[in-house]
Ligand binder design. Sequence first.
Ligand code: SF4
Length: 695
Amino acid sequence: LKHEGEKLITTHCSYCGMQCGMHIRVSEKTGKIKGVEPRYDWPVTLGKLCPKGVTAYQQIDHPDRIKRPLIKKKGRFVESSWEEALSLIEKKFTELQDKHGKDSLSVFGGVSMTNEKCYLVGKYARVALGTRFLDYNGRFCMSSAAGGFMKTFGMDRGSTLPWTELEHSDCFLIAGSNTAECHPTSIQMFWKARDKGAKMIVVDPRETPTARIADVHLDLLPGTDSALANGLLHLLIKEDFVDKEYVENRCNNFEELKASVEPFTPEYTSQLTGVDKNKIIKAARIYGSSPRSVVMFARGVEQQSKGVDNVTLYTSLALLRGQIGKFASGVATFTGQGNGQGGREHGQKSDLLPGYRKITDPEAVKYISGVWGIDPEEMPKAGVSAFEMFDEIHKGTIRAMHVVCSNPAVSAPDAEYVWEAFKKLDFLVVNDFFLSETAEFADVVLPTTTWAEDEGTTTNLEGRVIRIRKSIEPLHESKTDWQIFKEIAARLGKGKHFDYSSPREIFEEFRLATKGGKADYSGITYERIDKEDGVFWPCPSEDHPGTPTVFKETFATPNGKANLPAVSWQEPDETPSEEFPIRLTTGRVVFHYLSGNQTRRIDFLMEQCPVPFAEMHPELASRYNMQDGEKIRVTTPRSTMELEVRLTKATRNDIIFVPYHWGKELAVNKLTNAALDPTSRMPEFKVCAARIEKL
Ligand code: SF4
């Protein structure tokens, strides 16, 4: 692996929640990064990297890096010194809070950062700025999974089992995840299991590369997951696949669930979902008869206005089969962002404090105030969710925003509404290393380091806490996000609360802040992570082994039993009409990561997929006399855009699919619906009504 004249820095990929193990190759002579090598001894991904991971290093010394702070003057960005940029931020933040109160400021965080930085985002908002308006981009990503797991298990850990056990499973039910494109390196685990006879059921409106390798593909109409899951639950009960002893001893609410799923016969479920009833029966029998099964889902299920309901119903399948807390069995969500798990646990959510503590709990406020050295009275109250912060800007409550490691101008739904909100702000600060579409709206852009220029920890999609190691010193004049928070806090008179000199110091405080919380990291140290190749939370003491499998004995609910919520079927917020007769759904392609701010700058990735497209079935296209490669207009009640048609029989004939990795006129999120789930406040990205016209 080692190349002559180079050293290898052991770390993990910067992108998705797989956090594949890799080494960064650094020239011993020049100190420059030369490339990456996969880490064959990383137990989860065993030397596999996807096209994004292989090229991730190219963002580090990319010519598009923002080299110095930028200040917008007369509509144009001008390079400035840090002193000038930070003085301007201090002046504007102070003026706005003096005039409009503490809550006139807001922070929009992200989870493609280390735990240390994610933790500090919350502290920065609540202690340095003193505002209640704080939320983050995970609200658009994993919040429905989190809400569903809290309802069923009383605790939100994205996977109930370590993924090294997947190869020993007998059956995978994968819903709303194009795993082969979005988490490609996990596919080898499914193949290993399939070589031993494991079955695979895939739920997706499209015959994705993942669905193509399934034993049963349930090609449901977007937005009908809860009907399908109710139908599968109905069959598990009716065909006697329920583990009665497990349900009796470990679950609440079985009788209510049983009554609620009673109407969901295969015929009725087929009618609602558009899936052939024989396929539904086949899937239920395969899943129901498998001794070790894993239910896995992702944004297709979660990014709906009933996302939490969907998650609880799919999770109930595993509970009825007695699959939680056992070897090679369980439930997992495919976490989108690199630190989607850790980043959501430690206080970036409007209603949470570190350790998954609720900000409405006076004891939690008292404990965290003690760790932070503030009076509990100073702790701001709960704010609003990510999308609702844009409503607050439109109302004039929020006057300034500090966006950290996030690009909501591309990733938020109803994007033009969001762009208008950015224009209305009195002051916008963005931390980023590339000039994202969000940064283009900013008054000040602060250049940050990439993942290779700082150290810290992340938590992968299993719940395993791992080390990100520094490969090179910060390039240009960039600073780490934690240094930026420290400097702004000092200027606002809160410096004593941010007196850190390294990520390790932040981690030590962070451990204390999590102690006693549901997401307890207090027994995890950098040394343990190095020695044990990661430590699973909860880990409440240094002699605790960590928890690869959760809920072995008990759940985190008040009576220790898992809940089986009875959930009635409801249509999506927007259904087809005469004016908008088809359903639009969105998703990802293998070559791009989320808003595309990083991957759209990598030549190889752009060559593979330079622009978005409208994927549709030839039968649907023929109804409109559309041909492959032609331009069409797609319109929803919110906006309109032009796209190129890509014909494929691998999608339902009553929907169109568009990937969402582009901004401005190429942003499909101009079209998507911001109807929010009542619990998770997740927008309904995955289904809205649309009209298509040939141009
Ligand atoms: Fe692995 Fe995800 Fe990075 Fe691809 S993007 S290499 S799957 S962590």
